[in-house]
Structures are given as C-alpha cells and as structure tokens.
Design a protein. Structure first.
Lengths: 202, 202
C-alpha cells in the first residue's frame, strides 16, 4: 500500500507489528486517532510508555503489577495452595471466576522444543525453591496449564521435580464444557471425560 | 475484569477505546508489548505522537499528508478530472488500483441527517470553489461515494451544486463484483447491474 505520507506509513507499520493487526486495520486505527482530539492520542501513548517503564514482576509469583510485591503474600490468599499457570492472562481469568483464593505462580510460557523454550527459560526453578522455602506450608500445587502436548509435558516435568516434597500435585479438570452438546464435543475430550468421570455423592 | 494493576488497567482501557478492539484483545496487545524490548513500545508511541502533531491536510484536496501541498497539483496527475471520495482510505484504495491518475477531493464524510452530518460539515463548498477557480480546466467530476442512501444523497447534492459549471459529473459503476457468482449477488445490485448494462463494442 502506498500512503502518500511518511507519517501515516510509519504509524501504520508500527501498529501492524502488533499481533492480529494487519495494515488495513492499522490504517483504520490511525484515521480514528486523527479524527479524535490530540489529547486522546497522548493519553494512549502515555499509558503505554508508563506501563512499559514502571511495570514490575512480583519476586515471588512472577505476576506483573505495579510493585515487586503483589497480593500473593497477603493474608486473604490461601497460603497452602499454588496454582501454576502459563501467563498472567490465566491469572486474571482464574481470579475472575472467584472460585479460587489461593496463590499463583506464573511460568512465563510452557516447555516447547519446537519454539525453543526449555525448562530453563521458565520460572520452574523458582517454583521448586518456593515450595522448598515454604517448608510444608504449601500443601497442594494445581496445574492450570493448556491441555496440549506442551502443557502436559510441562505439568509432567514440574510434577517430577516436586516428587521429593510432601505436596499434592493436581490438574484442573478436563472434560465437556458446561452448556455444550455431547455430539459436538471432540472425541478426545469426550473420551477423557469418561475416563475422568466423577462419582456422585449420593 | 480485575487486572490487579493500575498500569495494566490504564493501558488496556486506552487501547480498548480504539474501534473494534475489546478489553481481551487490548490485554493481549499489552502483554505482547511487555514481552518485546522497551524500544518497540517507544517506536510505536513516537510514531503516533509524531503523526498526530505533524500531519497536515492538503489545502486543495484535503488529503492528509506530510505537507500542506500534496501531489494533487503535480504534473503527473491529470488536472482535468477530480474524483470525489468520502475519506482518505478511499484515496489510498483507488490510488492502489493504478487505474486512475487524476486528482482527488476528500469530503471528510458524507451527508447523514441521522448522524447529524450536514453539507456544511463537509468539504463540499471547497470543491465547488475549486471547480470555479479552475475555470474550465476541470472537465469531469467522478463521484466515488458509498452506494448507500447517504452516499447517493451526497452525490445528488454535489451534482446539483455543479450544474452551473460546464463539467461532466459521473459515478463509479455499480454492479456485480468481478469473480462473484450471480446467484449469490443481492437483488438490488443485480437489478442495478441489468439497468446499467454496458454495450459491447463489436
């Protein structure tokens, strides 16, 4: 595309570097910003620059936030259970269910030989250290990782590393999503949901 | 959504103000920027701020660009024909077809009583002035406006205003898009494509 303007071209190219945004969408966003008052552009850019400069990862759980100490050590969180997740989006998603009040541990990715991600690139050692230092206070580790080969590999790897500690290791339930029809559920999910059937308390 | 961080929340809210981007996508973009080097965020914000500050609208055709004089007055553009469009995206789209080498005139919108856009809000007077000042040099005005009621109204309004000048007024062809099947074309388009049939030169 020829934009007849270096300014527009630069802005479009920078926006189109973001995932899921092509040049046409980028141009639409640029034109939107040009139609708005100048202040709305500076509000946007300020918030991004401030975020990039001031954001900190929690030293304990690696959740990013405004300070180096997030809510993971606070009293309102159950200190006996740690939920292991891939990235901070999972923390937000699980927190928003209001079904879990324990701590989190953000791995920052999952083991993936294809993408060149090895256990060393993740915050796995820090998790083991955390369990070690808690000295029996942590009773359970819940794996909330993607149900893919990479996710299962990561869970298995962490599980083996945790074997020497007296800690229960569990994984979130896989099965038929609530509200969905059995006939439209894929075979692997359905098969696994039968294997992992749950007894009714009658 | 509770992001546990004011910095993330602000950035997500600012990005989610852009059209077509919700909070989940905004969060994805924010996390992408956080994974990249700090420089990529500043490149993005710099390009947006520079664009917003330095962009200029051409005094003649209202196409936005780096200077107040765009290519519309240059020799390589046919000075006898003006293509009237809604916004600058249409200029880029038509320019990229490489089928048109004349000048453009950007209205900055179309007449829409529902959205409160009246002829006064658009660059229509400037177009009439432009035709007037060219004193017969402009031979044709091509309307490349959306084929909606608003687009047709705008074209009709401009057409009437141009009546006193010796200038041909035309509109881009409406019809069945190239490569599409007749049976899947809507009735109005198909009906219009029969009305506006073109004779073969045999």
């Amino acid at each position: 595309m020829n934009f007849q303007s270096k300014l527009i071209e630069n802005a479009v190219e920078e926006i189109a570097k973001l995932p899921g945004i092509g040049k046409k969408t980028a141009l639409r966003l640029v034109l939107h910003l040009l139609k708005q008052e100048e202040q709305s552009t500076s509000l946007l850019t300020d918030s991004l620059l401030k975020l990039r400069k001031e954001i900190k990862a929690c030293k304990t759980c690696y959740m990013i936030g405004d300070t180096e100490e997030c809510s993971c050590g606070k009293e309102h969180r159950d200190q006996s259970v740690i939920c292991v997740v891939e990235d901070i989006r999972d923390v937000i998603a699980i927190d928003n269910t209001a079904q879990y009040r324990g701590m989190f541990h953000v791995l920052g990715g999952i083991i993936s030989p294809i993408e060149g991600v090895s256990p060393k690139d993740l915050n796995i050692e820090a998790l083991i250290e955390r369990v070690h230092e808690a000295a029996g206070q942590v009773k359970e580790i819940i794996m909330a990782l993607p149900s893919t080969m990479e996710g299962d590999t990561t869970a298995y790897y962490i599980g083996k590393k945790l074997k020497e500690y007296k800690v229960k290791v569990s994984t979130i339930a896989r099965g038929v999503p609530i509200g969905s029809e059995l006939e439209f559920t894929d075979e692997i999910t359905l098969g696994r949901s039968i294997q992992s059937r749950v007894n009714y308390d009658l």
